[in-house]
Design a protein around this ligand. Structure first.
Ligand code: PGA
Length: 257
């Protein structure tokens, strides 16, 4: 498979796969595309991921915002998920992750930034509020995703059945272990529960881009692209969407060839 910024293969579904030599190149191209969509203060509503995968993207977006004076005033964002019990000001919340890695570096109005509140007294009420807020914003134009080693998107873990809308969920042990780095390397500190957009919320976006880098993502990417649509691989539901792009590095690309 040739590495570059052009699509290298299209599977029988409409999912486009694009391969890059390294995650930095992937991040640079994706940041450029996202920044171009914001051009001249055009409205754009984004769904945003956390985790190690988007770190290079957010660094590139912050750099581009400085060098090209990108206007974030009409951008709205909704993060995919948050840990139950954590919220604003907590060093381990995903809200803090986003502030540290993106929002502290761009001039986005705070009222335009949407988060699930992991400290909400009633998670069901909070999840319903989030769905309403996304609808009131006119829906999601572009959702950016990572993929879990188990094939999850957001915190929609493999199961016999999935919940379409934003909901509270219990995290799989491998997911808690994969998040230990954000909790000082201590898996026991990772909450057992989270609030997450549902697969229906994600699939309601006009466009979806999933990033997958590193050898640990080979198996889930193969399953999502080359296996059947199954709730046991939540990312495989993306095969049902008409506008999905999967951006991978050379490690993942080699395994797809
Ligand atoms: P990661 O997580 O970027 O830290 O690998 C991705 C995910 O779980 O969606």
């Amino acid at each position: 498979m040739v590495c570059g910024s052009r699509p290298t293969s299209t599977y029988p579904s409409s999912v486009v796969v694009e391969a890059f030599a390294a995650e930095e190149a992937l991040a640079e191209v994706l940041a450029g595309r996202v920044a171009a969509r914001m051009g001249a203060g055009r409205p754009l509503t984004l769904g945003l991921p956390t985790g190690r995968t988007p770190l290079a993207l957010y660094a590139a977006l912050a750099r581009m915002t400085r060098s090209h004076r990108i206007d974030w005033s009409a951008v709205r964002t909704f993060n995919l998920d948050e840990f139950v019990g954590l919220g604003a000001g907590d060093p381990h919340s995903y809200r803090t992750f986003m502030e540290r890695h993106l929002f502290d570096h761009v001039a986005i109005p705070s009222r335009n930034v949407g988060f699930l509140d992991g400290r909400a007294v009633d998670p069901a009420v909070e999840c319903a509020r989030y769905e309403r807020a996304i609808r009131a914003a006119g829906g999601l134009d572009l959702v950016l995703l990572g993929i879990g080693g188990n094939g999850h998107i957001g915190f929609n873990e493999p199961a016999d059945a999935l919940i379409a809308q934003t909901h509270a969920t219990t995290l799989d042990e491998p997911t808690r272990a994969a998040n230990a780095w954000w909790f000082g390397g201590n898996p026991a500190a990772v909450p057992h529960q989270a609030l997450t957009m549902g697969v229906g919320t994600i699939l309601s976006a006009t466009e979806i881009v999933l990033m997958a880098t590193g050898a640990a993502k080979i198996a889930p990417v193969r399953a999502m692209l080359q296996g059947p649509v199954t709730t046991r691989v939540p990312a495989s539901l993306l095969q049902l969407h008409r506008n999905v792009r999967v951006m991978v590095d050379a490690d993942v690309a080699a395994a797809l060839a």
